[in-house]
Design a protein around this ligand. Structure first.
Ligand code: CA
Length: 351
């Protein structure tokens, strides 16, 4: 008993030194992104996230961002982060619907939520919890990390005047929207972002959707496919940071908080940057007569809407977790759309 005070003091000192050691430990992590080096907004978002984590942690966590030119697997981020080959990734969840159908709708849902509605769902409507319920099964922690705003419907070589004109066209369009156009008679394919231009140029595909004016014009699609259609399929696509769950769970609490806040900041920042750059690019685009801006005819949109409804029911029937995600989004959207109508839509009409 007489040694008790000594043991207590010794234990306390040991505890403090462990705390100090863990808070002083530094980390050099690697992040694999799906985007080619220099892709507007998308690469910026990954680099900004990495830079902010390093600054906020006072240099204790450094994140090296690798483009597909180095890691060679633009659509393989899910596996590389799950296995720990990379500690982190920056990618789109819907590229991995083949790995887990429940991952599809975290990026976007055709005719679904816009960015404001999406953020409300993610941060206050249970979306973030569902995201991590799905990803925890794959040893991944995921955070929303960059929204593109409403995307354009894509580039076509020929004008689409009716549903008939779409039949048999091969189009790059990933996620649930790919299945929708497939059901409407097209042939959807998923191609890595870095190969889109050459695929369209060589005629491997007839049409392509990528993001919006700022990103698309940089790719040069307008030179080969001058018909540019307005969007329906990605009304606010959210990108994600993936983190190997075992590595994330082992981090000290302050670094976990820094990563969480950096992801939320970049989600907001990419939406702002996307909106700004698209405003500028759209102005230039409207002044150029060689780009023909169109909206899909009514029969095409009706067919997409019908196929989307049927395929959502099918997707919900195939996976319980996918069903939970789809239902959670639909329940929220059915309420949110009345508020969006009376605020956004009404205001845009009167401005
Ligand atoms: Ca897209």
């Amino acid at each position: 008993m007489k040694h008790l005070p000594f043991i207590l003091v010794f234990s306390l000192l040991l505890f403090l030194s462990v705390i100090q050691a863990s808070s002083a430990q530094s980390y050099k992590w690697r992040l694999a992104m799906s985007w080619p080096e220099g892709t507007p907004m998308l690469h910026n978002a990954a680099a900004r996230f990495a830079g902010n984590v390093e600054k906020m942690s006072g240099g204790r966590m450094q994140i090296i961002v690798d483009a597909p030119g180095r890691h060679k697997a633009p659509l393989g981020i899910f596996d590389m982060v799950r296995s720990g080959a990379y500690e982190m990734g920056h990618t789109a969840s819907y590229y991995y619907k083949g790995k887990d159908p429940a991952t599809t709708f975290f990026t976007t849902t055709p005719f679904g939520m816009n960015p404001t509605e999406m953020n409300a769902w993610y941060y206050y409507g249970g979306g973030l919890e569902l995201l991590n319920k799905v990803y925890a099964r794959h040893n991944i922690v995921a955070f929303p990390a960059g929204n593109t705003h409403i995307q354009m419907g894509g580039w076509f070589r020929k004008e689409i005047n009716s549903l008939e004109d779409l039949k048999g066209l091969k189009m790059r369009i990933p996620g649930h929207a790919g299945e929708v156009v497939g059901k409407a008679g097209m042939k959807p394919v998923s191609i890595p972002p870095g190969e889109l231009y050459t695929s369209l140029e060589r005629g491997t595909i007839d049409a392509v959707e990528w993001v919006g004016p700022a990103n698309d014009v940089k790719m040069g699609f307008q030179k080969i496919a001058p018909y540019y259609y307005t969007g329906w399929h990605e009304p606010g696509a959210e990108l994600h940071v993936f983190i190997n769950k075992k590595e994330f769970d082992a981090l000290p609490e302050d670094l976990k908080a820094i990563i969480t806040i950096a992801a939320k900041e970049v989600s907001f920042d990419m939406l702002s940057e996307s909106f700004y750059r698209n405003v500028i690019a759209w102005k230039k685009m409207r002044e150029k007569s060689d780009i023909k801006i169109r909206s899909f005819p009514k029969d095409v949109l009706d067919a997409f809407r019908k196929a989307n409804k049927e395929l959502l029911i099918q997707a919900a029937g195939k996976s319980l977790l996918a069903k939970e995600v789809i239902q959670s989004q639909q329940i929220f959207l059915n309420k949110a759309k009345h508020w969006s109508q009376i605020t956004d839509a009404d205001y845009l009409q009167l401005r």
